[in-house]
Design a protein around this ligand. Structure first.
Ligand SMILES: [Zn+2]
Length: 47
């Protein structure tokens, strides 16, 4: 998984949330999973 903001590649990011629906910052809809980059704190949606 690569961060879409700073390009950090890590298999162990700060956390992974898995929910039926997660509201994304910026109003871009929802995703089933969200990884948060530990470097820049960007939330990268998966699925
Ligand atoms: Zn990042």
């Amino acid at each position: 998984m690569k961060c879409g903001s700073c390009g950090e590649i890590s298999e162990k990011w700060q956390y992974i949330r898995q929910m039926d629906s997660v509201a994304l910052k910026g109003g871009r809809g929802s995703a089933s999973m969200v990884q948060k980059c530990k470097l820049c704190a960007r939330e990268n949606s998966i699925g």
